[in-house]
Design a protein around this ligand. Structure first.
Ligand SMILES: [Ca+2]
Length: 358
């Protein structure tokens, strides 16, 4: 329920009373058809009244003078439905305030609504009437106007006035002031490039960071001032972050390329294995401040020369035109192979020398 503001006075030819958020106005001269009444209200005020609650009805009935033709209000039958013309919303059952026996649509032409102000019976109630009848226009004036609140806030009606509820990023009674953010500085060995929508380092400002050649930006490339106290900070860090030196895996090799310096930000190392070994794990690691991934290891290939499993011929020491039978009918190994001792299978029938030679 809105508080009632018990004020009534005359203002030129227009009388006004104030209720809740609205001021109500009516002409004390001339009567209008419903259409004329609406034009009158829209010309000088906001619109024909849209009644919010029972208290307002009671207040209007108490405050407005009796007029034998009563007052037009902002409800009309549109497409067979009683509609608040200001909002084009249908009249709800709960909001109905018809007088007894109304709306009766007598002669089937009663499409507009009047309010019985100070009628001996059914005072404050509504009646459907032909729209061409002439009555007083009962208008309201909203305090909020589109131009208020600097278009940076929502205008809210208050008693006889308004207040602004500012959109995020703005403040002040009329939302004129953009909220400020801390001033940003360029990173060391870097640059700062800002665009300001409303003012230096205020809501809507955007700053982009960049680094001199040879340096890499760590952190966001840009920051935007979007809310109060936004901790805008540059995380730019020079590229010379060193990472631990990497070692080649056992039986393997390491091949690094360094963008800025040995084992620093941007270095990339590739791993490979000696012949006869397979790389287990990722083929490269990259320095992004720390190393990505883990160093792989090299594992001997299983060569599958025997059905029982066996060592791998990792390296042919010399052309091997010969072969030797290790176990009758089972396995044949080329001569001149270097075997990897730790791959020797426990199933192998005979111990193997590390090098077979002719
Ligand atoms: Ca009627």
């Amino acid at each position: 329920m809105w508080p009632i503001w018990g004020l009534s006075t005359s203002w030129g030819t227009v009388l006004w009373v104030e209720v809740g958020a609205w001021t109500y106005h009516y002409s004390d001269q001339g009567d209008y058809t419903w259409e004329q009444a609406r034009n009158y209200c829209q010309t000088f005020f906001t619109d024909l009244v849209a009644i919010q609650n029972q208290q307002e009805i009671e207040y209007l009935n108490r405050s407005l003078p009796y007029h034998k033709h009563y007052y037009w209000i902002g409800i009309r039958k549109l497409g067979g439905t009683w509609t608040w013309v200001g909002t084009r919303k249908a009249l709800t059952k709960e909001a109905e305030n018809w007088a007894l026996g109304e709306p009766n649509n007598r002669r089937s032409n009663q499409d507009c609504v009047e309010i019985y102000i100070q009628r001996p019976q059914q005072a404050g109630k509504w009646n459907d009437e032909p729209c061409s009848r002439k009555k007083k226009a009962l208008c309201y004036q909203a305090s909020c106007q589109p131009s208020l609140c600097s278009q940076r806030g929502e205008c809210l009606e208050t008693i006889g006035s308004y207040r602004c509820q500012c959109y995020p990023g703005f403040q002040g009674p009329e939302c004129t002031d953009a909220i400020t953010c801390p001033v940003l500085r360029a990173p060391e060995q870097g640059e700062l490039n800002c665009s300001h929508l409303h003012g230096n380092f205020t809501f809507g400002s955007t700053c982009a960071f960049s680094c001199q050649a040879g340096f890499v930006l760590m952190g966001p490339e840009s920051r935007e001032c979007t809310f109060p106290g936004s901790p805008l900070k540059c995380f730019s860090v020079p590229a010379a972050i060193t990472c631990p030196v990497l070692r080649a895996p056992v039986q393997g090799e390491l091949n690094c390329s360094h963008l800025h310096g040995n084992f620093t930000f941007g270095s990339t190392c590739a791993f490979s294995c000696q012949a006869g070994f397979v790389l287990m794990g990722q083929e490269s690691r990259e320095s992004t401040g720390t190393w990505t991934g883990d160093t792989p290891h090299c594992k001997g290939k299983s060569c599958g020369l025997t059905r029982l499993g066996g060592p791998c011929c990792s390296r042919v020491l010399s052309p091997a035109p010969w072969a030797v039978t290790l176990s009758p009918g089972l396995s044949v190994y080329p001569l001149g192979c270097q075997f990897i001792p730790w791959l020797a299978s426990p199933h192998l029938p005979i111990p193997l020398p590390s090098v077979l030679s002719s």
